[in-house]
Design a binder for this molecule. Structure first.
Ligand SMILES: [Zn+2]
Length: 322
């Protein structure tokens, strides 16, 4: 039986149940958090996260995939502390999140740099998947990278490092993309050039567009589409996100889509209170409260909803492990 790695250890793939394929627990700048401790109350944040995740479990979600990697403040021990008290599966990731340069840690060594040499990221990501993250036995279940506006040298380096770690481990790849810049297609080109099976690649944030021509191109490439920012109406209103998913499902592409919010218990990118004001629907239960009823109304069947929430995440997370 194929297993999937979670914060609480490996679980049988069949036990993942309903999965939201892109939700963060905490998104932080760890350097700022450590240097300005008045901005962070650890016990209160952990308790808040436990309450939100338990409410999500009570709403019918069994698992979340958490693509919080380097650059987003991953702290696997903090997430484990939350998960001790919240009864759902959290699938952690490894990789690096940047829209531009690599961190200075990698700047002077590695392929194409002053000192050259091997790509240190490959060993780091591979170790997270095969040995465990940060000295814990908790292993990453998938790889994460990002391409926002363009393929900068730093972004390309991370994509190629992630591709290599994927080939060594079989862990699937999730790519943050920007449909308005068409960068899902660029990510597919780079990963294809590394001989990655695009059927093991999830193009995150594809749901930020209603451009079916663009989405068909991504599907033709073989990847999963992350319809994964429900509630972020500021980027694309809910009715357009729902109509796009319903249309693709009606065309027979439910087996190419996964659903999520890209929400979090706490994100430090916005001043206190602003997130709730600007994006009031951007929270973990919006899909179950509002989106699924709207999809049913738009003609999407239960079988298709199950495909997107249960079958596709299981297939994606286990494809390279069978
Ligand atoms: Zn995200």
């Amino acid at each position: 039986m194929t297993e999937v790695q979670t914060v609480r250890g490996p679980v049988p793939a069949s036990a993942l149940g309903t999965v939201l394929m892109h939700e963060h627990v905490f998104v932080l700048n760890e350097e700022i958090r450590q240097n300005y401790p008045a901005l962070w109350d650890e016990d209160a944040q952990v308790a808040g996260a436990v309450a939100r995740l338990q409410a999500l479990k009570d709403r019918g979600v069994d698992s979340i995939a958490d693509p919080t990697v380097l650059g987003l403040g991953r702290d696997i021990r903090r997430v484990a502390r939350v998960n001790e008290q919240a009864g759902l599966n959290i699938i952690p990731a490894t990789g690096l999140y940047t829209y531009n340069d690599v961190p200075f840690f990698f700047h002077f060594h590695g392929p194409g740099t002053l000192l050259g040499g091997d790509e240190a990221m490959v060993e780091m990501f591979t170790g997270d998947i095969t040995t465990g993250i940060a000295g814990t036995p908790i292993k990453a279940g998938f790889l994460k990278c990002a391409i926002e506006e363009a393929l900068t040298p730093g972004v390309e380096r991370v994509l190629r490092a992630v591709a290599e770690a994927h080939k060594r481990t079989g862990a699937p790849i999730m790519v943050h993309s920007s449909p308005s810049h068409g960068t899902g297609l660029i990510a597919q080109q780079v990963l294809r050039s590394e001989n990655v099976d695009l059927g093991q690649v999830l193009i995150a944030h594809s749901g930020d567009t209603a451009d079916l021509g663009y989405l068909h191109q991504l599907i033709d490439g073989g990847s999963y589409l992350g319809m994964d920012r429900f509630g972020l109406d500021i980027l694309l209103p809910t009715d357009q996100r729902v109509a796009t998913v319903a249309k693709l499902a009606a065309e027979g592409y439910a087996d190419r889509m996964v659903l999520a919010h890209d929400s979090s218990c706490h994100i430090d990118w916005f001043p206190a209170g602003v997130r709730e004001q600007v994006a009031p629907n951007w929270h973990y239960s919006f899909i179950h409260d509002t989106v699924l009823p709207a999809l049913r109304e738009a003609g999407t069947g239960e079988r298709q909803i199950t495909t997107m929430l249960v079958d596709n995440p299981r297939r994606y997370l286990t494809a390279g492990r069978d």
